[in-house]
Design a protein around this ligand. Structure first.
Ligand code: GLC
Length: 535
């Protein structure tokens, strides 16, 4: 659909920033980030040009999975502060014209949630069916072969009631039974609670996990499994995830959001493009933005990325809005995947593609994955499969603000260590450096805001080979040419059938700016340029 036909909303035009609250800013010296800390850094986010903030879970939780195991959906964990702090945060975010997106974790609760305590208390408890209970097989073993994402079986035996319960993640995270209408109603009320407060939307955790096969059939073996992979990869989760009925649930959640004004829902979904698209719903009555993780999962290879951008664009349903992500709290950081120099090119890609970009905290200063010694590993995924190097701690380390002790993150002992070089890589030193990563991010975001061609304009693929990726963004008469060298070696871009003339307005090597482009373009390794084309 041509851009002119659509009215664009904040979550289409804006840039989203993900905060991992444990690691953003501590205000009380306990070494863990908190809500007051976030409030104290809102000016920074406003300066950076962020439009919406998504905060990973801040709710009451025993913290078996760092807040993704919730024991009260309507309570704030004391580590993060109080409900008053939350109200203040929301107010301060809105006062700056920004939006606040909360993490909703509907697939599972904590095993300490009162619903589960009731459910497991007896087989005839009214909440028994709120979770997924199943008899053992005749020999006492698990009901089927489903595995936990975090290692081992997905089933846990309950001595008291002599049945198994299912947990897609930790045994401390029992899965809710979304086929039960009471569960649906309870979670919709959780949504309303936060929406009534004025929260602008939700990022919905593991949306594609929410409904399971009602016959509990075994998952098939994965022919592509290799021993270095997580044990969960041994099977294809054909029956434990992405069931057709999930779309009924997503539609109902969407209907709750639609009771309010301009609220939105992002779905966390790791699925191939065609499957991902189904989460937009028929006639866009599903998630507003099913998270697009292509840039996280593909090899960093120009032609592969170009073809996937086109497949993604081509597969979008009419009216479905695209989005792009370079990093999150579950994945290695982009700088560690592609290197510091190439991470600048990645930033330019993220912020010039068509679709809402989500920036993971710290990526804007080029934070790297921080090596955490084995005895300090905290992530259950890392602890459960120690030899597979799957800990997510390295990409969750404290934000590097300045060169004082603990990088200005805390006055106490940080919950995860900082890297030795934080005095060199931090917000403060980068803020006024015209060549820094932070300056690059800020200028890209600024230009994106100023130029409709970049925020809401059309995407026109142009060229790709084993090094170069080039495309055009266009709105009305305004056209921008983006040429990115995804390799470390120099290359040429010589467009066929077209001649382009224009001026470089932004470049990963800023010395290139203000030069004019006429015929062929030569690029250094790790170089990306953004060219305003002459009309
Ligand atoms: C999502 C979260 C991840 C969490 C898991 C279980 O994938 O992003 O951090 O561990 O769900 O809730």
């Amino acid at each position: 659909m041509k851009e002119a036909q659509l009215k664009h909303l904040w979550w289409q035009e804006g840039v989203i920033y993900q905060i991992y609250p444990r690691s953003f800013q501590d205000s009380n010296g306990d070494g863990v980030g908190d809500l007051q800390g976030i409030i104290s850094r809102l000016d920074y986010l406003e300066w950076l040009g962020i439009d919406a903030i998504w905060i990973s879970p801040i709710f009451s939780s025993p913290m078996a999975d760092f807040g993704y195991d919730i024991s009260d959906y309507q309570g704030i964990h004391q580590l993060f502060g109080t409900m008053e702090d939350f109200d203040k945060l929301l107010e301060e975010v809105h006062r700056r014209g920004m939006k606040l997106i909360l993490d909703l974790v509907p697939n599972h609760t904590s095993y300490q949630h009162p619903w589960f305590l009731e459910s497991r208390s007896s087989r005839d408890n009214p909440k028994r069916d709120w979770y997924i209970w199943h008899d053992a097989l005749p020999d006492g073993s698990e009901p089927n072969n489903w595995l936990s994402v975090f290692g081992g079986s997905g089933w846990e035996w309950d001595e008291t009631t002599q049945q198994y319960y299912y947990h897609a993640f930790l045994k401390e995270q029992p899965d809710l039974n979304w086929r039960n209408p009471e569960v649906q109603e309870a979670m919709m009320n959780v949504m309303r609670f936060w929406l009534d407060k004025g929260v602008d939307g939700f990022r919905v955790d593991v949306m594609w996990h929410m409904v399971k096969d009602n016959q509990f059939r075994d998952n098939p073996p994965n022919p592509n499994y290799e021993p270095h992979m997580a044990t969960y990869e041994q099977l294809i989760p054909a029956y434990s995830t992405d069931q057709p009925e999930v779309h009924d649930i997503v539609r109902k959640m969407r209907a709750v959001l639609d009771e309010y004004d301009e609220r939105m829902m992002i779905g966390e979904i790791y699925l191939p493009i065609q499957k991902l698209m189904t989460y937009y719903g028929n006639e866009n009555n599903g998630a507003h933005l099913p998270f697009n993780f292509l840039l996280l999962s593909l090899q960093w290879e120009a032609q592969l990325i170009a073809s996937n951008i086109d497949m993604y664009e081509g597969a979008l349903p009419e009216g479905g809005w695209p989005n792009w992500v370079l990093g999150n709290h579950d994945q290695p950081r982009i700088t560690s995947r592609v290197g510091a120099a190439q991470a600048r090119v990645a930033a330019m890609l993220l912020l010039t593609l068509r679709g809402t970009p989500t920036v993971y905290y710290g990526d804007e200063i080029g934070m790297r994955d921080v090596p955490i010694p084995p005895e300090e590993v905290q992530d259950p995924q890392g602890l459960n499969m120690p030899d597979l190097h799957l800990s997510r701690d390295p990409s969750r380390t404290p934000m590097q603000w300045e060169d004082s002790s603990n990088a200005g993150f805390t006055e106490g002992k940080p919950w995860l260590r900082l890297p030795d070089y934080f005095r060199r890589i931090n917000v403060k030193v980068q803020q006024d450096d015209p060549f820094s990563m932070l300056t690059l991010y800020r200028r890209l975001i600024k230009l994106r805001h100023e130029e409709p061609a970049l925020s809401i304009g059309d995407y026109i693929p142009l060229y790709s080979d084993h090094q170069v990726l080039a495309f055009i963004r266009k709105s009305g008469e305004q056209r921008f040419l983006v040429v990115l060298n995804l390799s470390h070696r120099p290359c040429y871009f010589k467009p066929k059938h077209h001649t382009f003339t224009g001026t470089v307005v932004l470049a990963t090597f800023p010395e290139r700016e203000n030069t004019t482009i006429t015929e062929s373009i030569s690029l250094g390794g790790d170089e990306g340029i953004l060219v305003r084309l002459d009309s």
